[in-house]
Design a binder for this molecule. Structure first.
Ligand SMILES: Cc1c2[nH]c(c1CCC(=O)O)Cc1[nH]c(c(CCC(=O)O)c1C)Cc1[nH]c(c(CCC(=O)O)c1C)Cc1[nH]c(c(C)c1CCC(=O)O)C2
Length: 359
């Protein structure tokens, strides 16, 4: 411990609130740089493929024993500092009654896409009683995780709206943007409803014991800054505000959002997620060094030889010192064919890096 970091804890965390992950998110000194990976649970793990055999994705998400086992798998295997709740951004939308499925290798597919005002009737508000299994899964997980924090999550209104309006994954989001500009009132009403659903879904997870949350606006990087600010940001802000009183750190993440970082922070984030297209140094600079950051290793670098990969890990860990806190992560999710042993090695290497204030 150096004199530069007087309130650095010297005992291991005894609760999620004292964990390095939550500490970094609050911008207070850590023992080691915390690390977790988006999509750390999933197809990169043979033990995941085994337990998922014969169970559809959405069915798995609604089965507490499976959710618990799958969420714990990467924590046991890799020694990451946080568990991300095993679910999907479309789970709460399906829970309120929208007919949709997750097609393997493709993603969420909506039976009847949302295009008109009448379609809003198919999207009622989310109340906790439609997701009792989520409460049960989170409670079970929190008791198994001990001092390791559970990260709850939801999809942000724009990303959810894109799936609903396009009817599935989209390359250009053209129908979504056509609705946004063609009928701004309907767009706002749709996003306000999705913000309620996302916010209530986050709230259920935190009330059951999740220690922090992440709002995924995966496709926000497809928007101009002007469109983001006018048509999207107020709704993401509403989703984040739904858990403001619960005093858990809120991470706000999107892909290709280098131009939106300050607006995403301003929407009510405590931590800003940074993909791999912008350097962590530039991201921290754009944020005025006022926010803890999360990221930003390129997921494809996990396929490179160890030396350049280790160099990138060291560089990102060092760049993170310029922010009040840094949570090491990828710039987007783990790719399904990633070698899990490489992930474990990256975790060990992150943990071996000096923390802020240490030489
Ligand atoms: C856009 C998005 C979705 N879902 C999610 C996002 C936002 C994050 C991101 O940008 O990647 C969020 C998500 N989806 C999943 C998680 C679980 C936890 C984790 O990150 O480990 C999380 C946080 C599980 C999942 N969600 C999905 C899988 C794969 C399904 C399987 O294993 O059969 C997993 C593990 C399915 C899904 N669901 C979605 C996609 C694009 C896919 C992949 C389709 C495919 O390639 O098969 C929508």
């Amino acid at each position: 411990m150096t004199p530069d970091a007087p309130d650095l804890p010297d005992a291991p965390a005894d609760s999620p609130a004292d964990s390095d992950l939550v500490r970094a998110a609050r911008g207070v000194p850590v023992r080691r740089t915390p690390v977790w990976f988006m999509r750390q649970a999933g197809r990169s793990l043979p033990e995941y493929r085994k337990v998922r055999e014969g169970t559809a994705m959405l069915q798995a998400c609604r089965t507490p024993d499976l959710v618990t086992e799958i969420t714990l798998q990467p924590v046991r295997r890799h020694g990451v500092d946080g568990a991300i709740f095993f679910s999907d951004i479309v789970v709460p939308v399906q829970a309120v009654g929208v007919d949709l499925d997750i097609v393997p290798g493709k993603g969420p597919v909506v039976a009847e896409p949302f295009r008109t005002r009448a379609d809003l009737d198919r999207l009622p508000e989310l109340t906790p009683d439609v997701v009792p299994d989520i409460t049960e899964s989170v409670r079970q997980l929190v008791s198994e995780l001990g001092a390791t924090p559970l990260i709850g999550f939801a999809g942000a209104p724009f990303t959810l709206a894109s799936y609903l309006v396009e009817g599935g994954p989209s390359k250009n989001h053209e129908r979504t943007k056509a609705l946004m500009h063609g009928d701004p009132q309907l767009w706002h009403d749709l996003c306000a409803r999705l913000a309620q659903i996302a916010g209530a879904f986050l709230r259920v997870q935190v009330e059951a014991g999740a220690s922090m949350v992440q709002l995924f606006d995966s496709w926000a990087g497809f928007l101009s800054r002007a469109d983001y600010v006018r048509h999207v940001k107020p709704h993401s802000a509403a989703a984040l505000a739904a858990v403001a009183d619960l005093n858990v750190p809120r991470i706000h993440f999107g892909v290709g959002t280098g131009e939106l970082l300050l607006d995403m922070a301003d929407a009510g984030a405590d931590v800003v997620g940074v993909d791999y297209r912008v350097s962590l140094t530039d991201a921290i600079d754009r944020l005025g060094a006022r926010y803890p950051v999360q990221g930003n290793l390129d997921p494809a670098l996990l396929f490179a030889p160890w030396e350049p990969l280790a160099d990138a890990v060291e560089r990102i860990a060092a760049e993170g010192h310029a922010a009040p806190g840094h949570i090491f992560n990828l710039g987007h999710g783990v790719l399904p064919t990633t070698d899990p042993d490489v992930i474990t090695r990256v975790v060990e290497h992150v943990h071996a890096q000096p923390v802020r204030g240490q030489r």
